[in-house]
Design a protein around this ligand. Structure first.
Ligand code: NAI
Length: 215
């Protein structure tokens, strides 16, 4: 398939398509029209067609989309056909919750190592992965094929740890610390802030009022 620049807006919708198509596939649906998908996903059929056209279509006139094929192709676009190796920094509440969430692994995101500075945590296991001291970070990353660093540490520590990750060759950071990281241009950072999502919800409540206000 020819590579072309895809807008971030389209990319941000792909995981949702992937999820729905996965459910359809698991439920035995072999093909689906953009209209049917639109009804299930509550987005317009033209949006779906436009999004898929970015990747050369996938659909056939009069047939619709082959669910398994579409699922596989979107998975490839999202890079989910390859395994990703992660190190998780911070084995506190959030770090342990991330490490315990098995679904990441099903998608090919393998947590190889967990690191922390807290001596009480070092040596403990989270889902059978030992928590290692930060002194071992560089050698561990070099030995394992790590491509993603996950930051679940206080924001005060995030800049330094990000710098260490980049220095040992990691080019992708999944950042949960509430801090914008200043990294070289070739390093990808994906910030995840649950509070941003909650604030969006708060905005919508504020703008639209509570459901009972409309009765
Ligand atoms: P926590 O205090 O339970 O865990 C933090 C862990 O980081 C501790 O085990 C601590 O020893 C370790 N740590 C501190 N400095 C370190 C360093 N330099 N190197 C390695 N490990 C270090 O805190 P919690 O609740 O797990 O939160 C972790 C971070 O995630 C915080 O920055 C918090 O604000 C953020 N957070 C972000 C969310 C989001 O949606 N983005 C949601 C919840 C928390």
């Amino acid at each position: 398939m020819e590579e072309k620049e895809i807008s971030q807006a389209v990319i941000s919708r792909l995981p949702r398509y992937f999820r729905y198509l996965g459910e359809l596939k698991d439920g035995g649906t072999e093909r689906i029209s953009s209209q049917e998908l639109s009804e299930i996903m509550k987005v317009t059929a033209s949006q779906i067609r436009q999004d898929f056209n970015n990747f050369g279509g996938f659909g056939q006139q009069g047939y619709g989309y082959n669910v398994e094929f579409l699922y596989t192709e979107i998975g490839k676009i999202l890079g989910l056909h390859k395994k990703h190796h992660l190190v998780l920094i911070g084995a506190g509440n959030l770090g342990q919750a991330i490490a315990n969430y098995m679904n990441f692994e099903k998608r090919g995101f393998i947590i190889n190592g967990i690191f922390d500075i807290n001596k009480d945590l070092i040596g403990k296991r989270v889902r059978d992965i030992p928590v290692r001291p930060m002194e071992e970070l560089e050698s561990f990353v070099k030995e394992h094929n790590v491509d993603i660093g996950v930051l679940a540490i206080p924001k005060e520590a995030a800049a330094d740890v990000a710098k260490r990750l980049v220095k040992c060759g990691i080019h992708a950071i999944w950042n949960f610390a509430h801090m914008d990281l200043n990294v070289p241009k070739d390093v990808l950072v994906e910030n995840v802030h649950l509070s941003d999502s909650l604030m969006k919800l708060s905005y919508n409540i504020n703008r639209c009022g509570k459901p009972e206000d409309h009765k």
